[in-house]
Write a new protein. Sequence first.
Length: 269
Amino acid sequence: MLVDVLELLACPVCRESLRMVPESLSCRHGHSFDVAKQGYVNLLTGSSKPGTADTPAMVAARDDFLGAGHYDPIADRLAELSAGAEIVADAGAGTGFYLGRALGSSAVGLALDISKHALRRAARAHPRIGAVVADVWKPLPVRDQVVDVLLNVFAPRNAAEFARVLKPDGMLVTVTPGPEHLWPLVDRLGLLRVDEDKEGRLAASLGDGFAQAVQDRVEFDVELGHKAVAEVVGMGPSAWHERETPIGALPDPVSVRVSVLITGWRSRW
């Protein structure tokens, strides 16, 4: 619920604190932001390219695929790394699946995403999640040093903003695909390939602001029917590209490799 995360938020225009008024949030300078009936609030300012946000079809595919438990080992590890945290945020939260799983018995979750379609689901993913439309490439509408654990799962990274919102002893947890992620689908369907230097680019994207604290390579195989294959393809960046081979040409089910790197980072700032 938004009331649970209100003290974490800052007005995206003037950085003042926000208060709840009927059907909106506002600051003392009169900047006001409507709360959608689905429970999220849009704190975007200016304009963002519509192509950067997940579409309703992508969100539905992700919700169905994750809800079926195919990526549960990833969610389980994130929950372990978030244990004991009071405030867990997710930059690029999508439907709130990972964030909801990461919350302990009393932790509060803040879901940040540019897609209002995703946040409609994130706002309902857990009773202690507050959902906010925000662009990770811009200053986040979050106060300084208020987050214990910041999740970033298959999402863009803004090192300076991540360091700013984390508490001095907080941790950033990133999830990035490994070279074998989603094989043989990548090869058979002509999906986007993971850069062989993905790990190097991950470290470079965080610059000198973060030091690696823990790193796990989580790998497992899942048996996916054609429906699940269509969902995993349709929920990610490959959804925007033409497939070289129809899904119907694959075995049903097909064994698919899941390979991700889960890294915990401590801020040097």
